[in-house]
Design a protein. Structure first.
Length: 210
């Protein structure tokens, strides 16, 4: 599997870190993607943030990012966790621009839980269907031209969204399968001792927009 950097685009997975991020939203996908890298030669995964200083998650866990967002190439997959801190991140031009650049270069952007509000702020959800944590359902219903799916994982073109917390594992495994195939997903799910979920055992069909 290719891992070369072409221009400013990198065959890698980046998970955005920020103060107030829900820890499992971040660490769960990171665990799956980095296991894909180490056990099945998949793309490497890094935690990136607006600062290279350690940050504290929603439940008090302190995490040190691997690199600053502005010091990295555009990844093939960018994952945005949820948490109360997502409200502040949704106002960051650097983050919103990175989301749009990832999509412009043919990449995938994904959110877990209320990370979906960051995708909304970036303007990439128009005409799309999304999943999010049940606590944010009313918020999403108020967004014009965005449909809510009460599913653990929803794929709508290059935008993937997950309901929250543990469903970030389902999201990561579905993306591993979409990019590396069913055998890679099996390797990762077996390694992390996570049973397959019936809703996400295969990547959902991609919607097209006219």
């Amino acid at each position: 599997m290719a891992k070369s950097i072409q221009g400013d685009t990198e065959a890698a997975v980046h998970v955005l870190g920020f103060p107030g991020a829900e820890e499992l939203d971040l660490v769960g996908p990171y665990e799956c993607f980095q296991t894909w890298h180490t056990q099945a030669a998949g793309w490497p995964c890094r935690v990136v943030a607006l600062s290279d200083e350690p940050f504290t998650g929603a439940k008090g866990l302190t995490i040190t990012p691997h690199s600053r967002l502005d010091a990295t190439s555009i990844p093939n997959i960018l994952v945005i966790p949820g948490g109360e801190g997502s409200r502040s991140v949704a106002r960051s031009e650097a983050v919103l621009n990175r989301i749009c650049m990832c999509l412009d270069r043919g990449g995938t952007v994904a959110s877990v839980c209320t990370g979906v509000r960051v995708l909304h702020a970036a303007g990439v959800l128009q005409g799309r269907t999304v999943s999010t944590h049940h606590s944010a359902h009313d918020e999403v219903r108020g967004w014009p031209n965005v449909q809510l799916a009460q599913k653990r994982v929803t794929r709508d073109g290059p935008v993937w969204t997950a309901a929250g917390v543990s469903s970030g594992l389902d999201l990561a495994l579905a993306l591993v399968e979409a990019r590396g195939g069913p055998s890679d997903r099996q390797i990762v799910s077996r390694y992390v001792e996570y049973p397959p979920d019936s809703d996400t055992a295969s990547p959902p069909p991609e919607r097209t927009h006219g």
